[in-house]
Design a protein around this ligand. Sequence first.
Ligand code: KIV
Ligand code: NA
Length: 279
Amino acid sequence: RKKVTINTLRSLYAAKTPITMITAHDFPSGLAADLAGVDIVLVGDSLAMVALGMEDTNQLPLSAMLHHSRAVARAIKSAFLVTDLPMGSYEVSAEQAIASSIKLVQEGRTQAVKLEGGAEMAPTISRLTSLGIPVLGHIGLTPQRQSALGGFRVQGKTLGSAQKLLADALALQQAGCFALVVEAVPEEVARIVTDELEIPTIGIGAGKGTSGQVLVQVDMLGYYPDGRFMPKFVKRYANLFEHAKTGIEEYMREVRSGEYPQREHTYPMSQEELEAVRG
Ligand code: KIV
Ligand code: NA
């Protein structure tokens, strides 16, 4: 499979072919995504929750994103790789955002960065894109700002907030974003935003009117015990948690019963050497 570049993404958008994007947080999850042939792999700061067990994304330092981004990058051969700028690594100034983004490219081996926010981020995004660092915007439900939003809530449901969403989207496009993640907004609002733009929208909980879709890999593969909270937009395509647990239980049973290991799992030795060892 050919390497997905920013031009590939433009061609997919022009051809109205839905863009596929999924998160990864380590080498094996990156490998699964890349070998499946997904267009964009995102090292999302959701890894704070899904890989590190944190309560939210806001305690995740840039150093952790660098570590995970680098691990995922080792697995990526064809997908376009994007890494989240975590909270606190880009809001202070454009200079801060530039320094953090260069680290994500140099040390995290990513190809593009994602940051949350609307028109207020446009000057920073312009600086980044003018330096040749592609930027993926993220509007609607922006988890790093959950406290100000009153939690993980659907956005753009009122006239005022839908108008702000559209204005933000246009400002981010103007600033040079190559695409926008649109999270948790009504389907019709996401469709209107998509229709008004000349860059792709990648929806999550935004219905089918966007130019592509993104999901958190751990969520969509069911790598969690039942009963854990899942947003309503998550569809489960596998049940990895049950698979993993059942496999571990079977291994334990076989160790206890002596069924594992068998001869085939051991290293052979010549009779001659064995007799010499025995003396
Ligand atoms: O961190 C993340 O996984 C994300 C996606 C859900 C878009 O930002
Ligand atoms: Na994120």
